[in-house]
Design a protein around this ligand. Structure first.
Ligand code: SAM
Length: 280
């Protein structure tokens, strides 16, 4: 038996009497044409290791396995394990199932010795941003990420300076990775349909990303600046050094957060990191 010859996922769900649980953010992709398209957009090559968070009944997992990926599937809901095990039996050696909370797993341990590892996931919306920040700013780095978000969150991730959605998330993400929306999906593509439209974001982390000290200064700076986004930086960044900090970074102290690009925020964060302006 191969993955291709398995019964449709909808039938497997019915057979096991499985209904989506709201508390786990479950909205399933049951159409293999959609999951195959996501895998194509992810650019996964045969033999590549992929961590998939929240495989659920396995629609995306199947498409990944069809493409020859070696999938490490991290799922919190144990009800899906029998369905996933059937997938693993159909294509021996291509699927490892980890029953755990993705917020708690150490990806470095999962991917050890596996070569460049990608992440592909139709994420539960309630933990999507937390997971993205863990993967972008934590100690382990994926080679790429192809992730489903609510469209509104996808727009905040990829926003450019001047866009309404430009804010902390855009700055922190784009200081560490190249990010773009590669696909929009209407609510009806999911079972059950969520209340919102969704979008797939493809991210490629920079090989040289800011060091942890600079990232932490960037988080502090963007929190202060966007926390009072209508105020001028000399005021919103007052506790971090105000006008002197802005001038040292080459940024107009009368500018507002929404007009400062990623480079500008990195320049401000470098000054914050230097400690020269702290009031302590
Ligand atoms: N990948 C499947 C699909 O596309 O049909 C399911 C996607 S559904 C939006 C999210 C999945 O993530 C569910 O299977 C849910 O049980 C799982 N999940 C929710 N929170 C999780 C967590 N913290 N760690 C791991 N899995 C989680």
């Amino acid at each position: 038996m191969t993955v291709l010859s398995l019964p449709p996922i909808r039938d497997a769900l019915t057979e096991h009497g499985l209904l989506a649980k709201k508390s786990f953010g479950q909205h399933f992709l049951l159409d293999l044409n959609i999951t195959r398209k996501i895998v194509r957009l992810a650019g996964i090559s045969e033999g590549q290791t992929v961590i998939e968070v929240g495989p659920g009944p396995g629609g995306l997992t199947r498409a990944l396995m069809e493409a020859g990926a070696k999938v490490i599937a991290v799922e919190m809901d144990p009800r899906f394990v029998p369905l996933l095990e059937a997938l693993g039996t159909a294509a021996p050696g291509l699927l490892e199932i980890i029953r755990n909370d993705a917020l708690k797993v150490q990806e470095a341990d999962l991917a050890e010795g596996r070569g460049p590892t990608a992440i592909v996931a139709n994420l539960p919306y309630n933990v999507g941003t937390a997971l993205l920040l863990k993967w972008l700013t934590g100690p382990w780095q994926p080679v790429s990420m192809t992730l489903m978000f609510q469209k509104e969150v996808a727009e905040r991730i990829t926003a450019q300076v001047g866009d309404d959605a430009y804010g902390r998330l855009a700055v922190v993400v784009q200081a560490t990775a190249e990010a773009r929306i590669v696909m929009d999906l209407p609510a009806r593509a999911f079972t059950p349909p969520p209340k919102v439209t969704s979008a797939v974001v493809h991210l490629v982390p920079f090989s040289q990303r800011p060091d942890p000290g600079l990232l932490s200064a960037l988080e502090k700076t963007t929190q202060a600046a966007f926390g009072q986004r209508r105020k001028m930086l000399r005021s919103s960044l007052k506790t971090l050094g105000g006008t002197a900090l802005c001038e040292a970074a080459g940024i107009d102290p009368d500018a507002r957060a929404e007009t400062v690009d990623i480079k500008g925020f990195l320049a401000l964060a470098r000054q914050v990191q230097s400690g020269s302006f702290s009031k302590a």
